[in-house]
Design a protein around this ligand. Structure first.
Ligand code: EPZ
Length: 426
Protein backbone atom coordinates (compact mmCIF):
# COMPACT_ATOMS: atom_id res chain seq x y z
CA UNK A 1 0.00 0.00 0.00
CA UNK A 2 1.25 3.45 -0.87
CA UNK A 3 2.58 5.65 1.91
CA UNK A 4 3.79 9.21 2.18
CA UNK A 5 7.16 10.34 3.54
CA UNK A 6 7.18 13.96 4.69
CA UNK A 7 10.11 15.91 6.11
CA UNK A 8 8.72 18.86 8.01
CA UNK A 9 9.88 22.30 9.01
CA UNK A 10 9.59 24.12 5.66
CA UNK A 11 7.37 27.18 5.22
CA UNK A 12 4.96 26.71 2.33
CA UNK A 13 5.21 29.55 -0.20
CA UNK A 14 3.66 29.99 -3.63
CA UNK A 15 0.47 29.43 -5.59
CA UNK A 16 -1.84 26.44 -5.24
CA UNK A 17 -4.94 25.74 -7.34
CA UNK A 18 -8.12 24.28 -5.87
CA UNK A 19 -9.86 21.40 -7.65
CA UNK A 20 -13.53 20.66 -8.20
CA UNK A 21 -15.42 19.70 -5.03
CA UNK A 22 -15.68 15.98 -4.19
CA UNK A 23 -18.87 16.51 -2.21
CA UNK A 24 -20.49 18.29 -5.15
CA UNK A 25 -19.17 15.93 -7.84
CA UNK A 26 -20.71 12.84 -6.19
CA UNK A 27 -24.37 14.01 -6.09
CA UNK A 28 -23.99 15.70 -9.50
CA UNK A 29 -22.80 12.44 -11.07
CA UNK A 30 -25.76 10.64 -9.44
CA UNK A 31 -28.01 13.26 -11.07
CA UNK A 32 -26.87 12.10 -14.52
CA UNK A 33 -29.32 9.20 -14.05
CA UNK A 34 -32.23 11.66 -14.21
CA UNK A 35 -32.19 12.44 -17.95
CA UNK A 36 -31.95 10.59 -21.27
CA UNK A 37 -30.00 13.51 -22.75
CA UNK A 38 -26.26 14.11 -22.62
CA UNK A 39 -25.07 16.01 -19.55
CA UNK A 40 -21.60 17.58 -19.54
CA UNK A 41 -19.84 18.16 -16.23
CA UNK A 42 -16.66 20.26 -16.05
CA UNK A 43 -14.04 20.61 -13.30
CA UNK A 44 -14.64 16.95 -12.35
CA UNK A 45 -11.85 16.13 -9.85
CA UNK A 46 -9.63 13.06 -10.32
CA UNK A 47 -10.46 11.26 -7.10
CA UNK A 48 -11.00 7.63 -6.09
CA UNK A 49 -14.52 8.44 -4.86
CA UNK A 50 -15.42 10.05 -8.19
CA UNK A 51 -14.22 6.93 -10.02
CA UNK A 52 -16.36 4.80 -7.66
CA UNK A 53 -19.45 6.92 -8.36
CA UNK A 54 -18.82 6.81 -12.11
CA UNK A 55 -18.47 3.02 -11.90
CA UNK A 56 -21.76 2.77 -10.01
CA UNK A 57 -23.79 4.92 -12.44
CA UNK A 58 -22.17 3.07 -15.33
CA UNK A 59 -23.54 -0.18 -13.84
CA UNK A 60 -26.96 1.53 -13.82
CA UNK A 61 -26.80 2.67 -17.43
CA UNK A 62 -24.73 5.87 -17.67
CA UNK A 63 -22.02 5.98 -20.34
CA UNK A 64 -19.33 8.50 -19.46
CA UNK A 65 -16.67 9.90 -21.78
CA UNK A 66 -13.72 12.14 -20.94
CA UNK A 67 -13.80 15.00 -23.45
CA UNK A 68 -10.70 16.62 -24.95
CA UNK A 69 -9.62 20.13 -23.90
CA UNK A 70 -9.40 21.21 -20.27
CA UNK A 71 -8.99 18.36 -17.73
CA UNK A 72 -12.10 17.25 -15.90
CA UNK A 73 -14.57 17.59 -18.79
CA UNK A 74 -16.83 14.55 -18.88
CA UNK A 75 -19.96 13.77 -20.90
CA UNK A 76 -22.55 11.53 -19.24
CA UNK A 77 -25.36 9.84 -21.15
CA UNK A 78 -28.03 7.56 -19.71
CA UNK A 79 -30.10 6.57 -22.74
CA UNK A 80 -32.06 4.19 -20.51
CA UNK A 81 -31.61 2.57 -17.10
CA UNK A 82 -29.92 -0.83 -17.41
CA UNK A 83 -30.48 -1.70 -13.75
CA UNK A 84 -32.04 -0.21 -10.62
CA UNK A 85 -29.76 -2.06 -8.20
CA UNK A 86 -26.80 -0.45 -6.39
CA UNK A 87 -24.93 -3.54 -5.21
CA UNK A 88 -23.20 -4.07 -1.85
CA UNK A 89 -19.75 -4.48 -3.43
CA UNK A 90 -19.92 -0.87 -4.69
CA UNK A 91 -21.91 0.77 -1.89
CA UNK A 92 -19.70 -0.61 0.89
CA UNK A 93 -16.70 1.15 -0.68
CA UNK A 94 -18.41 4.53 -0.68
CA UNK A 95 -21.45 5.51 1.40
CA UNK A 96 -22.31 8.35 -0.98
CA UNK A 97 -23.54 5.62 -3.35
CA UNK A 98 -26.86 5.96 -1.50
CA UNK A 99 -27.32 9.18 -3.53
CA UNK A 100 -28.58 7.09 -6.48
CA UNK A 101 -31.71 6.18 -4.48
CA UNK A 102 -33.64 9.36 -5.39
CA UNK A 103 -32.65 9.45 -9.10
CA UNK A 104 -33.45 5.72 -9.61
CA UNK A 105 -36.84 6.10 -7.93
CA UNK A 106 -37.62 9.19 -10.01
CA UNK A 107 -36.41 7.82 -13.37
CA UNK A 108 -37.12 4.09 -12.99
CA UNK A 109 -39.88 3.97 -10.36
CA UNK A 110 -37.74 1.56 -8.33
CA UNK A 111 -34.44 1.52 -6.47
CA UNK A 112 -32.70 -1.43 -4.81
CA UNK A 113 -29.79 0.00 -2.86
CA UNK A 114 -27.48 -1.77 -0.46
CA UNK A 115 -27.57 -0.29 3.04
CA UNK A 116 -24.27 1.57 3.44
CA UNK A 117 -23.49 0.25 6.95
CA UNK A 118 -21.38 2.19 9.42
CA UNK A 119 -18.06 3.92 8.78
CA UNK A 120 -14.96 4.97 10.76
CA UNK A 121 -16.49 8.30 11.81
CA UNK A 122 -19.93 7.13 12.91
CA UNK A 123 -22.99 4.90 12.47
CA UNK A 124 -24.39 7.28 9.83
CA UNK A 125 -27.95 5.95 9.39
CA UNK A 126 -30.06 6.82 6.29
CA UNK A 127 -33.44 6.95 8.04
CA UNK A 128 -34.05 10.56 6.92
CA UNK A 129 -33.48 9.58 3.27
CA UNK A 130 -35.98 6.73 3.59
CA UNK A 131 -38.66 8.57 5.57
CA UNK A 132 -38.42 11.45 3.08
CA UNK A 133 -38.91 9.08 0.11
CA UNK A 134 -41.92 7.60 1.93
CA UNK A 135 -43.36 11.12 2.20
CA UNK A 136 -43.09 11.27 -1.64
CA UNK A 137 -45.17 8.10 -1.78
CA UNK A 138 -42.47 5.44 -2.11
CA UNK A 139 -42.99 2.03 -0.52
CA UNK A 140 -39.83 1.06 1.33
CA UNK A 141 -38.77 -2.43 2.36
CA UNK A 142 -35.55 -3.50 4.05
CA UNK A 143 -34.29 -7.04 3.62
CA UNK A 144 -30.95 -8.81 3.48
CA UNK A 145 -29.04 -5.56 3.80
CA UNK A 146 -30.85 -3.89 0.92
CA UNK A 147 -33.39 -1.09 0.72
CA UNK A 148 -36.06 -1.74 -1.91
CA UNK A 149 -38.01 1.41 -2.75
CA UNK A 150 -40.91 1.46 -5.21
CA UNK A 151 -42.74 4.52 -6.44
CA UNK A 152 -46.54 4.42 -6.47
CA UNK A 153 -48.40 4.01 -9.77
CA UNK A 154 -48.10 7.28 -11.63
CA UNK A 155 -44.80 8.06 -9.94
CA UNK A 156 -43.67 10.05 -6.89
CA UNK A 157 -45.94 12.79 -5.56
CA UNK A 158 -44.86 16.10 -4.11
CA UNK A 159 -45.12 16.46 -0.31
CA UNK A 160 -44.06 18.47 2.73
CA UNK A 161 -40.98 16.86 4.28
CA UNK A 162 -39.59 17.90 7.66
CA UNK A 163 -35.99 16.82 8.31
CA UNK A 164 -35.28 16.37 12.03
CA UNK A 165 -31.65 17.26 11.30
CA UNK A 166 -30.11 19.08 8.31
CA UNK A 167 -28.69 16.00 6.58
CA UNK A 168 -26.67 16.91 3.46
CA UNK A 169 -27.22 13.53 1.80
CA UNK A 170 -30.94 13.33 2.59
CA UNK A 171 -31.50 16.88 1.25
CA UNK A 172 -29.63 16.01 -1.97
CA UNK A 173 -31.46 12.69 -2.46
CA UNK A 174 -34.87 14.27 -1.90
CA UNK A 175 -34.07 17.22 -4.18
CA UNK A 176 -33.28 14.78 -7.01
CA UNK A 177 -36.38 12.63 -6.32
CA UNK A 178 -38.73 15.62 -6.09
CA UNK A 179 -37.51 17.34 -9.28
CA UNK A 180 -39.86 15.22 -11.45
CA UNK A 181 -42.45 14.27 -8.78
CA UNK A 182 -46.05 15.37 -9.43
CA UNK A 183 -46.84 18.60 -7.59
CA UNK A 184 -44.97 20.63 -5.02
CA UNK A 185 -42.41 19.37 -2.52
CA UNK A 186 -41.23 21.46 0.42
CA UNK A 187 -38.20 20.36 2.39
CA UNK A 188 -38.24 21.97 5.85
CA UNK A 189 -35.03 21.89 7.89
CA UNK A 190 -32.97 21.25 4.77
CA UNK A 191 -29.17 21.31 4.88
CA UNK A 192 -27.66 24.56 3.55
CA UNK A 193 -24.24 23.39 2.36
CA UNK A 194 -22.87 25.04 -0.84
CA UNK A 195 -22.75 21.60 -2.50
CA UNK A 196 -26.56 21.52 -2.29
CA UNK A 197 -26.71 24.88 -4.06
CA UNK A 198 -24.41 23.47 -6.76
CA UNK A 199 -26.71 20.45 -7.21
CA UNK A 200 -29.76 22.73 -7.42
CA UNK A 201 -27.96 24.85 -10.03
CA UNK A 202 -27.34 21.76 -12.15
CA UNK A 203 -30.93 20.50 -11.76
CA UNK A 204 -32.28 23.97 -12.63
CA UNK A 205 -30.15 24.03 -15.78
CA UNK A 206 -31.73 20.63 -16.61
CA UNK A 207 -35.17 22.23 -16.36
CA UNK A 208 -36.09 21.67 -12.70
CA UNK A 209 -38.04 24.35 -10.75
CA UNK A 210 -36.29 24.82 -7.39
CA UNK A 211 -36.48 27.69 -4.90
CA UNK A 212 -34.55 28.21 -1.70
CA UNK A 213 -31.47 25.98 -2.13
CA UNK A 214 -28.90 27.15 0.43
CA UNK A 215 -31.65 28.01 2.91
CA UNK A 216 -33.39 25.64 5.34
CA UNK A 217 -36.59 25.63 3.29
CA UNK A 218 -36.44 24.36 -0.29
CA UNK A 219 -39.47 24.26 -2.59
CA UNK A 220 -39.51 22.08 -5.72
CA UNK A 221 -42.24 22.27 -8.37
CA UNK A 222 -42.12 18.87 -10.10
CA UNK A 223 -41.63 18.97 -13.89
CA UNK A 224 -42.49 16.23 -16.43
CA UNK A 225 -38.87 15.54 -17.39
CA UNK A 226 -35.33 16.88 -17.24
CA UNK A 227 -33.07 17.61 -20.21
CA UNK A 228 -29.33 17.79 -20.86
CA UNK A 229 -27.07 20.64 -19.64
CA UNK A 230 -23.47 21.78 -19.20
CA UNK A 231 -22.31 22.54 -15.64
CA UNK A 232 -18.97 23.35 -14.05
CA UNK A 233 -18.53 21.85 -10.57
CA UNK A 234 -17.87 24.33 -7.74
CA UNK A 235 -14.40 24.57 -6.13
CA UNK A 236 -13.71 22.34 -3.13
CA UNK A 237 -14.11 24.47 0.01
CA UNK A 238 -12.78 21.69 2.24
CA UNK A 239 -9.65 21.30 0.10
CA UNK A 240 -9.23 25.11 0.22
CA UNK A 241 -9.63 25.13 4.01
CA UNK A 242 -7.09 22.31 4.29
CA UNK A 243 -4.40 24.17 2.32
CA UNK A 244 -5.14 27.38 4.24
CA UNK A 245 -4.22 25.45 7.38
CA UNK A 246 -1.14 23.95 5.68
CA UNK A 247 0.07 27.53 5.18
CA UNK A 248 -0.81 28.35 8.80
CA UNK A 249 0.85 25.37 10.47
CA UNK A 250 4.12 25.92 8.55
CA UNK A 251 4.12 29.69 9.12
CA UNK A 252 4.02 30.12 5.33
CA UNK A 253 2.11 32.19 2.78
CA UNK A 254 -0.05 30.77 -0.02
CA UNK A 255 -1.94 32.23 -2.94
CA UNK A 256 -4.96 29.96 -3.36
CA UNK A 257 -6.46 30.11 -6.84
CA UNK A 258 -9.84 28.82 -7.92
CA UNK A 259 -10.97 28.79 -4.27
CA UNK A 260 -13.75 31.04 -2.95
CA UNK A 261 -13.15 32.56 0.50
CA UNK A 262 -16.90 33.05 0.93
CA UNK A 263 -17.43 29.29 0.83
CA UNK A 264 -15.41 28.79 4.01
CA UNK A 265 -18.50 29.93 5.95
CA UNK A 266 -17.95 30.01 9.73
CA UNK A 267 -14.48 28.56 9.34
CA UNK A 268 -13.06 31.88 8.12
CA UNK A 269 -13.87 33.72 11.32
CA UNK A 270 -12.35 30.95 13.44
CA UNK A 271 -9.23 30.80 11.28
CA UNK A 272 -8.79 34.56 11.68
CA UNK A 273 -9.32 34.23 15.43
CA UNK A 274 -6.55 31.59 15.38
CA UNK A 275 -4.13 34.05 13.76
CA UNK A 276 -4.54 33.60 10.00
CA UNK A 277 -5.07 36.56 7.71
CA UNK A 278 -6.72 36.59 4.32
CA UNK A 279 -6.57 38.90 1.31
CA UNK A 280 -8.91 38.58 -1.63
CA UNK A 281 -7.23 38.37 -5.05
CA UNK A 282 -8.62 38.48 -8.58
CA UNK A 283 -8.42 34.70 -8.95
CA UNK A 284 -8.85 33.58 -5.35
CA UNK A 285 -7.22 34.69 -2.10
CA UNK A 286 -3.93 34.83 -0.21
CA UNK A 287 -3.37 33.50 3.30
CA UNK A 288 -0.57 33.98 5.81
CA UNK A 289 -0.03 34.03 9.58
CA UNK A 290 -0.36 37.29 11.53
CA UNK A 291 2.83 38.53 13.17
CA UNK A 292 1.61 37.43 16.66
CA UNK A 293 1.55 33.84 15.39
CA UNK A 294 -1.08 31.13 15.91
CA UNK A 295 -3.35 31.41 18.97
CA UNK A 296 -5.33 28.70 20.72
CA UNK A 297 -8.98 28.92 19.56
CA UNK A 298 -12.09 26.95 20.48
CA UNK A 299 -14.34 25.55 17.76
CA UNK A 300 -17.55 23.57 17.66
CA UNK A 301 -18.48 21.82 14.43
CA UNK A 302 -21.89 22.74 13.06
CA UNK A 303 -23.92 22.30 9.87
CA UNK A 304 -23.21 25.00 7.26
CA UNK A 305 -22.61 27.91 7.63
CA UNK A 306 -21.09 26.78 10.95
CA UNK A 307 -17.57 25.36 11.31
CA UNK A 308 -17.47 22.29 9.03
CA UNK A 309 -16.85 18.89 10.59
CA UNK A 310 -14.71 18.10 7.51
CA UNK A 311 -12.16 20.71 8.71
CA UNK A 312 -12.16 19.64 12.37
CA UNK A 313 -9.18 17.26 12.19
CA UNK A 314 -7.10 19.76 10.20
CA UNK A 315 -7.92 22.52 12.73
CA UNK A 316 -6.83 20.22 15.56
CA UNK A 317 -3.43 19.74 13.91
CA UNK A 318 -3.16 23.52 13.44
CA UNK A 319 -3.91 24.11 17.12
CA UNK A 320 -1.05 21.78 18.08
CA UNK A 321 1.23 24.57 16.82
CA UNK A 322 -0.66 27.43 18.45
CA UNK A 323 0.14 29.40 21.57
CA UNK A 324 -2.19 28.25 24.34
CA UNK A 325 -5.03 25.75 24.63
CA UNK A 326 -8.03 25.03 22.36
CA UNK A 327 -11.25 23.12 22.94
CA UNK A 328 -12.51 21.35 19.83
CA UNK A 329 -16.04 19.99 20.00
CA UNK A 330 -17.42 17.62 17.37
CA UNK A 331 -21.24 17.69 17.15
CA UNK A 332 -21.95 16.06 13.77
CA UNK A 333 -20.29 12.61 13.96
CA UNK A 334 -19.92 10.56 17.11
CA UNK A 335 -16.51 9.03 16.33
CA UNK A 336 -14.46 11.70 14.57
CA UNK A 337 -11.36 11.85 16.78
CA UNK A 338 -9.49 8.91 15.23
CA UNK A 339 -6.60 11.29 14.40
CA UNK A 340 -5.98 12.08 18.10
CA UNK A 341 -3.88 9.01 19.00
CA UNK A 342 -1.90 9.40 15.76
CA UNK A 343 -1.18 13.09 16.45
CA UNK A 344 -0.17 12.05 19.97
CA UNK A 345 2.40 9.71 18.40
CA UNK A 346 3.89 12.89 16.91
CA UNK A 347 4.11 14.55 20.32
CA UNK A 348 0.79 16.42 20.37
CA UNK A 349 -0.79 17.08 23.78
CA UNK A 350 -4.50 16.28 23.31
CA UNK A 351 -7.01 14.90 25.81
CA UNK A 352 -10.54 13.80 24.91
CA UNK A 353 -13.54 14.65 27.12
CA UNK A 354 -16.66 13.11 25.60
CA UNK A 355 -17.36 14.96 22.35
CA UNK A 356 -14.60 17.49 22.96
CA UNK A 357 -10.83 17.42 22.69
CA UNK A 358 -8.56 19.77 24.63
CA UNK A 359 -5.40 20.65 22.67
CA UNK A 360 -2.44 22.12 24.55
CA UNK A 361 -0.61 24.03 21.91
CA UNK A 362 3.11 24.34 21.39
CA UNK A 363 3.54 27.43 23.50
CA UNK A 364 1.90 26.03 26.62
CA UNK A 365 4.59 23.48 27.52
CA UNK A 366 7.11 23.89 24.68
CA UNK A 367 5.55 20.93 23.01
CA UNK A 368 6.65 20.46 19.44
CA UNK A 369 5.52 17.99 16.79
CA UNK A 370 8.09 15.38 15.83
CA UNK A 371 8.15 13.00 12.87
CA UNK A 372 6.91 9.40 13.45
CA UNK A 373 5.27 6.51 11.56
CA UNK A 374 1.49 7.06 11.71
CA UNK A 375 -1.66 5.45 10.32
CA UNK A 376 -4.42 7.12 8.31
CA UNK A 377 -7.94 6.05 9.37
CA UNK A 378 -10.30 8.19 7.31
CA UNK A 379 -10.09 10.94 4.71
CA UNK A 380 -9.91 14.06 6.91
CA UNK A 381 -7.98 12.37 9.74
CA UNK A 382 -5.30 11.40 7.22
CA UNK A 383 -4.86 14.93 5.92
CA UNK A 384 -4.55 16.26 9.47
CA UNK A 385 -1.52 13.96 9.77
CA UNK A 386 -0.12 15.47 6.58
CA UNK A 387 -0.47 18.97 8.10
CA UNK A 388 1.20 17.88 11.35
CA UNK A 389 4.01 16.23 9.37
CA UNK A 390 4.62 19.44 7.37
CA UNK A 391 5.26 21.27 10.66
CA UNK A 392 7.02 18.47 12.53
CA UNK A 393 10.72 18.13 13.21
CA UNK A 394 12.14 15.26 11.15
CA UNK A 395 10.45 12.70 8.93
CA UNK A 396 6.92 11.31 9.17
CA UNK A 397 5.69 8.17 7.41
CA UNK A 398 1.95 8.11 6.78
CA UNK A 399 0.49 4.69 5.99
CA UNK A 400 -2.80 3.74 4.28
CA UNK A 401 -2.90 6.91 2.21
CA UNK A 402 -5.61 5.45 -0.03
CA UNK A 403 -7.84 7.39 2.33
CA UNK A 404 -6.26 10.61 1.04
CA UNK A 405 -6.73 9.67 -2.61
CA UNK A 406 -10.45 9.52 -2.02
CA UNK A 407 -10.70 13.28 -1.53
CA UNK A 408 -7.47 15.16 -2.41
CA UNK A 409 -6.48 15.53 -6.07
CA UNK A 410 -2.69 15.48 -6.74
CA UNK A 411 -1.95 16.29 -3.08
CA UNK A 412 1.78 15.63 -3.07
CA UNK A 413 2.33 17.44 -6.40
CA UNK A 414 0.45 20.49 -5.11
CA UNK A 415 2.46 20.51 -1.86
CA UNK A 416 5.81 19.96 -3.62
CA UNK A 417 5.03 22.94 -5.87
CA UNK A 418 4.85 25.23 -2.82
CA UNK A 419 8.02 23.93 -1.18
CA UNK A 420 7.02 20.88 0.84
CA UNK A 421 9.31 17.85 1.09
CA UNK A 422 6.81 15.08 0.46
CA UNK A 423 7.21 11.81 -1.41
CA UNK A 424 4.83 8.98 -2.24
CA UNK A 425 6.34 5.52 -1.74
CA UNK A 426 4.40 2.99 -3.86
C1 EPZ B 1 -21.91 14.72 3.86
O1 EPZ B 1 -22.13 13.41 4.40
C2 EPZ B 1 -20.45 14.73 3.39
N1 EPZ B 1 -20.26 13.69 2.40
C3 EPZ B 1 -19.54 14.47 4.59
O2 EPZ B 1 -18.18 14.60 4.15
C4 EPZ B 1 -19.77 15.54 5.63
O3 EPZ B 1 -19.00 15.26 6.76
C5 EPZ B 1 -21.26 15.55 6.02
O4 EPZ B 1 -22.08 15.73 4.86
C6 EPZ B 1 -21.58 16.68 6.99
O5 EPZ B 1 -21.22 17.91 6.49
C7 EPZ B 1 -20.64 13.93 1.13
O6 EPZ B 1 -21.15 14.98 0.77
C8 EPZ B 1 -20.41 12.84 0.13
P1 EPZ B 1 -25.23 14.08 6.77
P2 EPZ B 1 -23.61 12.90 4.73
O7 EPZ B 1 -26.34 13.27 6.19
O8 EPZ B 1 -24.55 13.42 3.72
C9 EPZ B 1 -27.04 12.07 10.68
C10 EPZ B 1 -15.93 14.00 3.82
O9 EPZ B 1 -14.99 13.93 4.64
N2 EPZ B 1 -28.04 11.44 9.78
O10 EPZ B 1 -25.34 15.55 6.68
O11 EPZ B 1 -23.55 11.44 4.96
C11 EPZ B 1 -25.64 11.50 10.47
O12 EPZ B 1 -25.44 10.31 11.17
C12 EPZ B 1 -17.32 13.45 4.22
O13 EPZ B 1 -15.83 14.49 2.70
C13 EPZ B 1 -29.07 10.69 10.33
O14 EPZ B 1 -29.16 10.53 11.55
O15 EPZ B 1 -23.84 13.64 6.14
C14 EPZ B 1 -24.77 12.63 10.97
O16 EPZ B 1 -24.62 12.55 12.35
C15 EPZ B 1 -17.31 12.75 5.52
N3 EPZ B 1 -29.97 10.13 9.47
C16 EPZ B 1 -25.56 13.87 10.59
O17 EPZ B 1 -26.91 13.45 10.37
C17 EPZ B 1 -29.89 10.29 8.11
O18 EPZ B 1 -30.73 9.75 7.37
C18 EPZ B 1 -25.06 14.58 9.33
O19 EPZ B 1 -25.01 13.65 8.28
C19 EPZ B 1 -28.84 11.05 7.59
C20 EPZ B 1 -27.92 11.63 8.43
Amino acid sequence: MDRLLITGGRKLEGTLAISGAKNAALPLIAATLLTGDTLELRNVPELADVVSMMRLVQRLGVASTYLPGEPGRVAFHCQELLSTTAPYDLVRKMRASVLVLGPLLARGGEAIVSMPGGCAIGTRPIDLHLSGMERLGAIIELSQGYVTARAPAGGLKGARIELTQPSVGATENLLMAAATAKGTTTIIGAAREPEIVDLALLLSSMGAAIEGAGTSTITIEGVAQLHGAVHSIMPDRIEAGTYVMAAGITGGRLHITGGDLGLLGGAREKLEEAGLQFTDTADGFAVSVASEGLRGTDVMTRPYPGFPTDLQAQFMALMCNAEGASMITETIFENRFMHVPELARMGAQITIHGGSALVRGQGARGTTLRGAPVMATDLRASVSLVLAALAAEGETEINRIYHLDRGYEHLEQKLQAVGACVERIP
